[in-house]
Design a protein around this ligand. Structure first.
Ligand SMILES: C[S@@+](CC[C@H](N)C(=O)[O-])C[C@H]1O[C@@H](n2cnc3c(N)ncnc32)[C@H](O)[C@@H]1O
Length: 277
């Protein structure tokens, strides 16, 4: 008899998107320009030129692009993800760029598993971009990653913006997408067309080429529009948070806000917090 992991059961039950499969496809598009843009995003938010001698943990490493970017900037890196295919994707990048490097460790693990987290130690930078709202228990996951920051450690996270009833509607869309092949085809055909037509209108209205937009999009953390659309349409579990609640939570837990970039629509608010001494 087959025995399934919890992760596999969640996917079979339609409760979880196959993030890692999307990342394995994304890394086929990876090039030096995307890697440089990922590095730029870390430099900009962490307000530094490099990460030399910093300890960096990538919680929910996904493709592994930001672990690679942090390693390129001089950090020693620990990456982990819950999805085995995301772990595989991160490992492929390590094998390509940093084979046999002892300063980059990759593991499978969950931000909801406190026993696992306790084995990892403390870090100068805890990076968890677009992850904790996909764990199924967002506030618990946020609380769990706080002890990963050392004294004066920084936590750089991105969480989906709370859009109230609009977020509730998106949750229904994501549930339908993950419900099976028919749901995927139905929701996929509607929303890929919707995003594509929106993109055409938006760019043409501004007198710009849609192709230019696609290439400009790469500058946004080195990501790809199509893979981000798929991640957005499918990304389940899905929770959202308001800036006020997130900031209150961190301040009440001994951190202060260093940087914030808000998003008024779909997508993530980005925050960098630093631990108070
Ligand atoms: C949208 S992706 C973001 C990936 C990457 N951080 C980035 O910025 O490109 C979300 C990732 O979180 C991972 N994830 C979901 N639940 C998790 C958990 N409980 N612990 C660790 N990673 C988790 C998913 O497998 C996926 O790879």
């Amino acid at each position: 008899m087959n025995s399934f992991t919890e992760h596999e059961l969640d996917i079979l039950n339609g409760d979880r998107f196959q993030f890692g499969k999307n990342w394995l496809s994304f890394i086929k598009t990876l090039n030096n320009e995307r890697i440089a843009n990922a590095e730029k995003s870390l430099i900009e938010f962490l307000k530094t030129d490099n990460l030399t001698s910093k300890k960096f943990i990538d919680v929910g490493s996904g493709s592994g692009l930001f672990s690679l970017a942090a390693r390129n900037l001089g950090a020693s890196v620990v990456s982990f993800d819950y999805d085995n295919s995301s772990v595989e994707s991160t490992q492929i990048l390590k094998d390509k760029y940093y084979r046999d490097d002892e300063n980059w460790l990759i593991m499978q693990g969950s931000a909801l598993d406190n026993e696992f987290l306790k084995t990892l130690g403390e870090f100068d930078i805890v990076y968890s971009w677009g992850v904790l709202h996909h764990t199924g228990s967002m506030w618990q996951a946020i609380e769990n990653v706080l002890p990963l920051a050392n004294s004066k450690g920084k936590i750089f996270i991105a969480l989906y913006n709370d859009q109230g009833p609009t977020s509730a509607k998106w949750l229904k869309v994501k549930k339908m997408y993950n419900s099976g092949v028919i749901g995927k085809l139905f929701i996929g055909s509607i929303f890929y067309s919707y995003f594509f037509i929106n993109l055409l209108f938006y760019t043409l209205k501004k007198g710009k080429s849609p192709f230019k937009y696609l290439s400009y999009y790469k500058k946004n953390r080195g990501m790809s529009v199509f893979h981000d659309w798929r991640d957005w349409i499918g990304g389940l579990p899905f929770e959202v948070a308001s800036n006020e609640k997130v900031i209150d939570f961190f301040v009440n837990n001994g951190f202060y806000l260093l940087k914030i970039r808000t998003n008024n629509g779909l997508g993530c608010n980005q925050y960098v917090f630093e631990k108070k001494l």
